[in-house]
Ligand binder design. Structure first.
Ligand code: B12
Ligand code: SF4
Length: 545
């Protein structure tokens, strides 16, 4: 009789609580039983709350009588994407992408602009006055919506320009939906696109290079963003590219040449100051690729008395002095792509990473410096077996990661992983809207797609459970309350999020918690600066954002 994989034990608490049934599941499970358990796990849970506004884009007013096209007026659009009910809805209003604000900054002064993000749930995008140009950013998950928006505005007489990652990886798919495509870096071609549109000489394709130094580009126009709608409008970027080229990462997309580039630390600091928010989020792929640069950046950030978080690879902990400088400069959280605890997966994907056996020590180094860790894990690699779910969650809890994100392995078109899956005939379909890392779109090697989907859901269910939140609380008593406040708001309030986003209350509700964190962090920093090592500083895990 085959034994079900260990992670099935936790799939359904109702099953787990019923001792007799549990005995059956543990010891006498047939394939049929297992399927039944999985089927149950697949059924929407109480927590899988997903209101229509977060599932479907707003209806477009097709056939509306609109006025004439307003010359030299451009609309910049971020299309709607459906939210994953397993994860936090708060994530989507944490901080905006820099794609459109970067274009806005490069807009010639004789053009006027409007910014619209459909994910802020304020209804269909505006069409009065009808823009002469509509610029839409396209990722694969929301390509369908982007094409629908393109059709709508083209029907009103606008010229539609599509740009973004999906346009770069699948230009032929995007071309029929646009008057012009922007491939690659957009800020440098945007002024030319607008001038050509005004002159009636728009070309079908414009190509921007990531090799061009970007330090002289104007700062993104954050003033266009609705400040009430995000926790912070200060998304900021200091470096481009990454010192790794993992086979599953969008950075290894064929045709994307993004050499490593650095922004002047003083310029980054000036942008943060100019946006007047207590908290900045670095959207760099990996802020830790060049530790010596990160140290210089920290020197520029330290006097600002702000807090910030960033994605770094775990090898930044090769340099404990840099971690200390991060803490002293206001870093309260890092997003770390651990990807997998199975070393063979890391090697297969060519990630330059220390051994997973050493991850725990490295996490502790962040914690010792008051920096909370949000670990990112990819599930479904070729060396993952059904135990992966339970092992990963156990590890997250044992190391008290304040937060984690789980991703179903997703082969993005144009990447080595996509080519591998295609060659092995393992892609289930090419419905890009499901390539969002929360759906299984390929055949895993050691489990069925259904097992992987259910295991993914189970991981989030565990992570967001009261018990797990409590088990991962910081060791310092004084940090527990802020940790719980932030955890419950972020992880267990999806109903509240739907309301807050629609009512434009995100900043009002989240902001005070962030300011509280900033003040606590300033006190912590003073203690850390006065102490020779982290332990002597009586560390407080920031437990903020
Ligand atoms: C901020 C961010 C978010 C934010 C905001 C997302 C949003 N769409 O509003 C949040 C946190 C909500 C988020 C969520 C997710 N994200 Co995200 N996110 C990012 C991040 C970190 C930064 C984006 C950014 O600002 N880049 C900087 C700008 C300047 O670059 P850019 O977008 O490429 O834009 C330039 C060009 O492409 C071009 N361009 C872009 N648009 C246009 C439009 C026109 C008209 C023109 C002319 C040019 C142009 O010009 C721009 C300037 O050069 C990127 C990683 C990264 N560092 O890029 C991931 C990234 C975009 N996210 C990704 C993913 C997978 C997701 C999620 C699906 C993950 C998840 N499971 O939750 C979700 C859901 C979003 C979705 N369905 O698309 C992937 C996308 C992979 C892919 N191949 O599509 C990325 C690349 C991360 C990664 N390493 O894999 N994300
Ligand atoms: S380390 Fe992260 S950002 Fe760098 S290539 Fe790998 S997945 Fe991409």
């Amino acid at each position: 009789m085959p034994r079900p994989p260990a992670w099935c034990f936790g799939l359904d608490r109702r099953v787990a609580r019923a001792d007799t049934l549990l005995g059956k599941v543990l010891h006498t499970t047939t394939e049929e039983d297992l399927e039944r358990i999985l089927e149950d796990a697949r059924r929407p849970r109480r927590r899988s709350f997903l209101p229509r506004a977060l599932r479907e884009p707003p209806a477009l007013p097709w056939g509306v009588e609109a006025g004439p096209v307003r010359e030299r007026f451009a609309l910049l659009l971020n299309p709607f994407y459906p939210k994953d009910p397993h994860a936090s809805f708060g994530k989507h209003v944490l901080t905006p992408s820099l794609a459109l604000t970067s274009l806005a900054a490069a807009t010639p002064p004789d053009w006027s602009l409007r910014y619209w993000d459909e994910n802020l749930l304020q209804g269909p995008p505006p069409f009065e006055p009808v823009p002469q140009v509509v610029g839409i950013t396209v990722h694969l998950t929301f390509a369908r919506r982007a094409f629908e928006l393109a059709r709508f505005y083209r029907g009103l007489g606008s010229r539609v320009v599509l740009g973004g990652l999906h346009v770069l990886s699948c230009p032929d798919e995007c071309a029929p939906h646009a008057d012009a495509l922007a491939l690659g870096e957009g800020a440098q071609v945007w002024p030319e696109i607008l001038n050509d549109a005004a002159a009636g000489t728009l070309r079908p394709r414009y190509v921007g290079s990531y090799r061009r130094p970007y330090r002289d580009d104007p700062a993104p126009r954050r003033d266009l963003l609705p400040r009430r709608d995000f926790l912070t409008t200060t998304s900021v970027i200091a470096t481009r590219g990454c010192h790794s080229r993992c086979g599953f990462c969008y950075l290894s997309t064929e045709g994307l040449h993004m050499p490593y580039q650095l922004q002047d630390p003083e310029r980054v600091a000036a942008e943060i100051v100019a946006d007047r928010q207590p908290y900045a989020v670095f959207i760099d792929n990996n802020l830790g690729s060049r530790p010596e640069y990160l140290a210089r950046l920290c020197q520029a950030l330290a006097p600002l008395e702000r807090i910030w978080s960033a994605a770094v690879s775990i090898d930044v902990t090769d340099h404990p002095d840099v971690v200390r400088q991060m803490a002293l400069a206001g870093c309260t959280g890092v997003f770390v792509g651990f990807e997998s605890l199975q070393p063979r997966n890391i090697v297969d994907q060519r990630k330059k990473s220390p051994s997973p056996a050493d991850y725990a020590r490295r996490v502790a180094l962040f914690h010792d410096h008051g920096i909370q860790v949000n670990g990112s894990f990819v599930l479904g690699f070729d060396h993952d077996r059904p135990e992966v779910f339970e092992r990963t969650v156990e590890w997250v809890e044992a190391n008290r990661l304040e937060c984690a994100t789980f991703h179903v392995l997703t082969p993005y078109p144009g990447t080595p992983l996509f080519r591998q899956m295609e060659a092995e005939d393992r892609l289930l379909h090419r419905d890009w809207s499901l390539y969002d890392t929360s759906h299984v779109v390929f055949r895993p090697r050691h489990m069925t797609p259904e097992h992987l989907a259910a295991g993914y859901a189970w991981c989030y269910e565990q992570l967001f459970s009261h018990a797990s939140i409590w088990r991962r609380r910081p060791r310092q008593a004084e940090a527990v309350l802020p940790y719980l406040a932030m955890s419950y708001l972020y992880k267990r309030s999806n109903r509240l999020w739907a309301f807050l986003i629609r009512r434009r209350l995100t900043h009002a509700v989240w902001g005070p918690l962030v300011e509280w964190t900033r003040r606590r962090h300033l006190r912590f920093r003073r203690r850390l600066a006065a102490a020779p090592g982290p332990a002597a500083a009586a560390c407080v895990v920031s437990a903020g954002v």
